[in-house]
Design a binder for this molecule. Structure first.
Ligand SMILES: NC(=O)C1=CN([C@@H]2O[C@H](COP(=O)(O)OP(=O)(O)OC[C@H]3O[C@@H](n4cnc5c(N)ncnc54)[C@H](OP(=O)(O)O)[C@@H]3O)[C@@H](O)[C@H]2O)C=CC1
Ligand SMILES: O=C(CO)COP(=O)(O)O
Length: 333
């Protein structure tokens, strides 16, 4: 099958690697920010982020060749971060054939109405037609995927058959992929785990290694709040309890960039400064934006009783001090 991957960063490239492993005809298109990555693939050098030489069968394509990259695609993989997703879809939308679009992107985006919404909804709005979106959720660090470490994911699409098509293409021996039609639940989990992993990182920064009780308490609280948000978004509790929610919060709180972001904020550096420094170092901190977006989304959907999210929003967006804010946190579990 011809597979076109949009975005040549960590995850886009890791997904391209898996598709190539399955013998698919893979094109890896880099955005206008990805020239260094595409050049490395062209020259068969180590990918600057994945730190490995990718499968020689992957065809690298520069940003100017977007229409060519998408022509004849039977599956599109969307690997652009939430920051770049809208700008890339403005350009890519007209060229995306009527095929499943498997997206790894995690977060909320502003819709035309001004309200925050799910990525599949907003990108379809930009494309001017309903995309056959399948969200790839679950605990899936790109570097481990590319290095063939056992990985559990959940592909969720409104059309279950599209999720199954994506799972078949990405079904390498180390990839165990569940499928679901709960795209709402899966996307909300993916956005929220970045927010709550940031919150667990705050404890690491504030207390250090011995904060296991606090982390476990807040992990549980985060899952309960995720369930409330998923329910308000029309999703299923079961989605939260498996790979998309519990699994992904675990991996991100153990080893994610969002945890690292929270740790530095927990040590006392203002969130805005940490986010800027991490961005300059090529490290995404989507939890930063996700906290504000989710807080706004919760208000718009009338979801109350979210003390952890409220505390996170106060700390990272309203300048509240970390220690007293976390000390006064009243759990609802
Ligand atoms: N890394 C991981 O382990 C996982 C990541 N994800 C998700 O995958 C998505 C991509 O993450 P990841 O691959 O890690 O991130 P990267 O930063 O490595 O890559 C993101 C891609 O988006 C592009 N991009 C970012 N901002 C813009 C912009 N303003 N305009 C145009 N292009 C832009 C990047 O360009 P550039 O490289 O120059 O920044 C790059 O192509 C995220 O939503 C993340 O949550 C999901 C599961 C695991
Ligand atoms: O989404 C991820 C793993 O599933 C990666 O998390 P980070 O963006 O925090 O590194």
């Amino acid at each position: 099958m011809r597979v076109t991957v949009l975005g040549a960063g960590y995850m886009g490239t890791a997904m391209a690697e898996v598709a190539a492993m399955g013998g698919h005809d893979v094109r890896l298109w880099g955005t206008w920010l990805d020239d260094a990555m595409i050049e490395a693939v062209e020259q068969r050098r180590e990918h600057p982020r994945l730190k490995m030489v990718v499968d020689a069968r992957i065809v690298p394509m520069r940003s100017g060749a977007l229409a060519e990259a998408l022509a004849g695609a039977e599956l599109v993989i969307h690997g652009v971060s939430s920051d770049g997703a809208m700008a890339v879809m403005e350009k890519a939308g007209p060229h995306i054939p009527d095929v499943p679009v498997l997206s790894v992107t995690k977060g909320f985006l502003p819709s035309r109405s001004g309200a925050m919404d799910r990525i599949d909804v907003v990108l379809s709005e930009i494309a001017g037609r309903k995309l056959r979106f399948v969200h790839a959720a679950g605990p899936a660090k790109a570097i481990e995927i590319a290095r063939r470490v056992l990985t559990l994911m959940c592909f969720a699409g409104e059309r279950l058959e599209d999720a199954r098509t994506c799972a078949a293409v990405m079904g390498a021996p180390h990839m165990q992929i569940a499928t679901s039609d709960d795209i709402a639940g899966a996307e909300i989990c993916s956005a929220m785990k970045n927010a709550y992993a940031t919150g667990l990182g705050l404890w690491d920064g504030m207390v250090g290694a011995d904060c296991h009780n606090a982390r476990a308490a807040c992990f549980t609280q985060g899952i309960v709040e995720m369930e409330a948000l998923v329910k308000a978004g029309g999703g299923l509790r079961e989605t939260v309890q498996r790979a998309a929610g519990v699994g992904d919060l675990h991996v991100t709180a153990a080893a994610g960039r969002n945890r690292a972001f929270g740790e530095r904020v927990g040590k006392g550096t203002p969130a805005k400064q940490v986010a800027a420094e991490m961005l300059a170092a090529g490290q995404l901190t989507e939890g930063y934006a996700a906290i504000a977006s989710a807080w706004r989304w919760a208000q718009e959907h009338g979801v109350r009783d979210l003390p952890f999210l409220k505390a996170l929003n106060a700390i990272v967006w309203e300048g509240a001090e970390v220690a007293p804010t976390l000390a006064s946190l009243k759990l609802t579990v």
